[in-house]
Write a protein that binds this ligand. Structure first.
Ligand code: GLN
Length: 299
C-alpha cells in the first residue's frame, strides 16, 4: 500500500503506470502512461521533461492528480481506448472530441478526406456525409475544403451531439452556418426539401459481423458496434448508399467511400451495377485499398 506514498517524482509515477500497463500486455505502455500522466497533471511534454525528476510537493492537489492518474491507468489496463479516456483524437490536424458513442477517428480515414480535398477542393460544391459519427469527415472538410453547403447525418442521436460539438468548436462563426446535422437512417435523415448534392462521402460500418469478435478488445468491447458492423459480408451499407444515392445527387455527382482492405473488387461491382462511371479504388499510405470512388453520368 505504501508503494504509492513513496512515489515522489513524475518519473516514478510514469514508471509505475507503465509497469501496470505492461503487466496487461500493452505494447504502447510507456506512451500511454505518459499521455495519461500529462493529462492528469495538466502538463505539456516540455514541462514534464524539465520537471520529471524533481520531488513533487506533498499537497492535496498533487494527491488528487496522482489518484486521477492511477484511475485512468486502471481504465487503460482494462482496455478502454486511450482516446476515450482522454476524450480527444487528432484528425487532419484538428483535435476532435470523442466518447463511447462515436468511432474514434482513424488515420485510415484521412486518406478519404485527402482524396475528396484533392479532387473537390475550391469548387464551391455541396457535400453530404453519411454516418458522420464524431463529425471528423464533415467538419474537417468544412474547415479545409471551401464547400458551399455540407449536410452530415447519423442514426445515433448521441453521435450527432458529439459531431455538433466538434462543429461548434472547430468552425469559426462564418463557416458554422454551412454545416447542418440530421438524425436518421442514411438518406431518410434528410428533410424532404433537401436540394441534391454534388459530392457524397461516407465511412459507413463495413466490418463483417463475425469478424468483429476477432478485433482488439479496445475496438470490440468499447467502440460503438453500430459504427462497425456492416452485416454478414460487410457490404450492406455500400449497397444501400450506392443503390439509393441517385435521387439525392446532381448529375455527374461524385461518391467517395472508405472501404476495408479486401473490399475493392466488391465495390467496383456495386458501383458498376448501379450505373456509375469513372470507378476507382485508391490506396492508403501503407498501400492498402482504402477508398472507393465513382461518379454518376452527367445525363
Ligand atoms: N477502420 C475501422 C476499423 O478497422 C472500421 C471503420 C468502419 O467500419 N467504418 O476498426
Amino acid at each position: 500500500m505504501t508503494a504509492r506514498k513513496t512515489l515522489r517524482t513524475l518519473q516514478q509515477l510514469l514508471d509505475e503506470g507503465r509497469e501496470i500497463l505492461e503487466g496487461k500486455g500493452n505494447q504502447e505502455a510507456e506512451l500511454d502512461a505518459r499521455y495519461l500522466l500529462l493529462d492528469a497533471f495538466g502538463l505539456d511534454l516540455a514541462h514534464f521533461l524539465m520537471d520529471r525528476n524533481r520531488a513533487l510537493p506533498d499537497e492535496e492537489s498533487v494527491r488528487r492528480k496522482t489518484e486521477r492518474y492511477f484511475s485512468m491507468v486502471e481504465m487503460r489496463a482494462g482496455r478502454v481506448p486511450l482516446q476515450q479516456i482522454l476524450g480527444v483524437q487528432d484528425f487532419m490536424g484538428l483535435t476532435f472530441r470523442v466518447n463511447a458513442h462515436v468511432l474514434i477517428p482513424r488515420q485510415d480515414t484521412e486518406t478519404l478526406v485527402e482524396t475528396v480535398l484533392q479532387e473537390q477542393k475550391g469548387t464551391g460544391k455541396s457535400l453530404l456525409d453519411l454516418c458522420t459519427g464524431s463529425g471528423c469527415i464533415a467538419v474537417s472538410l468544412a474547415v479545409l475544403g471551401d464547400f458551399s453547403r455540407i449536410a452530415a447525418t447519423d442514426l445515433s442521436r448521441e453521435a450527432l451531439k458529439v459531431a455538433k460539438k466538434n462543429g461548434e468548436r472547430l468552425l469559426d462563426k462564418k463557416n458554422r452556418g454551412l454545416l447542418s446535422f440530421f438524425q436518421g437512417d442514411l438518406f431518410e435523415a434528410l428533410p424532404e426539401d433537401t436540394e441534391p448534392f454534388d459530392v457524397l462521402v461516407s465511412n459507413p460500418p463495413y466490418i463483417p459481423s463475425q469478424v468483429i469478435e476477432t478485433l482488439e478488445p479496445e475496438v470490440r468491447d468499447f467502440e460503438p458496434r453500430m459504427a462497425l458492423d456492416g452485416s454478414l459480408d460487410g457490404l450492406a451499407f455500400y449497397r444501400r448508399i450506392i443503390g439509393g444515392c441517385r435521387q439525392f445527387l446532381n448529375p455527374g455527382g461524385a461518391v467517395y467511400l472508405e472501404i476495408g482492405y479486401d473490399q475493392g473488387e466488391a465495390l467496383k461491382e456495386i458501383f458498376a451495377e448501379n450505373g456509375f462511371i469513372n470507378v476507382r479504388i485508391l490506396k492508403d499510405a501503407p498501400g492498402k485499398d482504402r477508398v472507393a470512388a465513382g461518379c454518376l453520368p452527367l445525363a
